[in-house]
Design a protein around this ligand. Sequence first.
Ligand SMILES: [Zn+2]
Length: 250
Amino acid sequence: MSGGKGIRARARAGAFGGHMWGRRWTSDLESGVTRGEAYLARKAARADRVLSLEHAGRSVRCDVDGSRPEPFTVEFTFAPLDAADSDALRTALRREEGGVLGALAGNFSDTVGFLLLPAVHGDTSYSCRCPVQPGPCLHVLAAAYIMVEWWDARPDVMFALRGLSAEHLGAVLRGGDDDEVSVDLEEALWGTEPVLPTVPSPQPAGLEDLLDAPVTRRLAAATTNDPLEQLRVVADLEDFLDAFGRYRPR
Ligand SMILES: [Zn+2]
């Protein structure tokens, strides 16, 4: 029960997460518990009792400090986007001012957020190894609050959780119907019909050029007014572009 050794919640009061889609998602989970239980879960998140957060594929696993010596493990699993939502997402992303890179850096409208984050009751599957089942329990809610704050900092993860890794995102954008599309993401980004018109074409001279581009700074500025946060956005983008730099179509 000792607090203070887990992931630090940013929201010391009020709602968790800075976006409508995140708040809608936690509200949906809260609809399955009493107000008192939701209060205790918020308190647990703020007492840093979510000890860990691990992401793999479409799942997130958190250990949450509970009433027993060993923490309880909470696991969320997100469904892949279905065809209708893929269509809607493709349309929405094409309307986004910052394009795909902007969206991956968190510069996307609530429409995209709502599509990525299912929030109708029962859409999010979760489990907890505590005795309060079927839940949602305090541990699931506390982990959900920390996850929403994590998505604020790592919006790219929201795409990954819906099965939209870099290669699949390319398929969605190109409107491919095939399940297994060999996606040429370089073509999507730098090719003759780039999704992002502001990206140098046909090949950037180097990542440095891309990162120095005014578009990157504008992107960071659009995401947040905090200069430190802007630096972090650029750093995240750098990681992302670095990963892209290593990607080669098979
Ligand atoms: Zn539990």
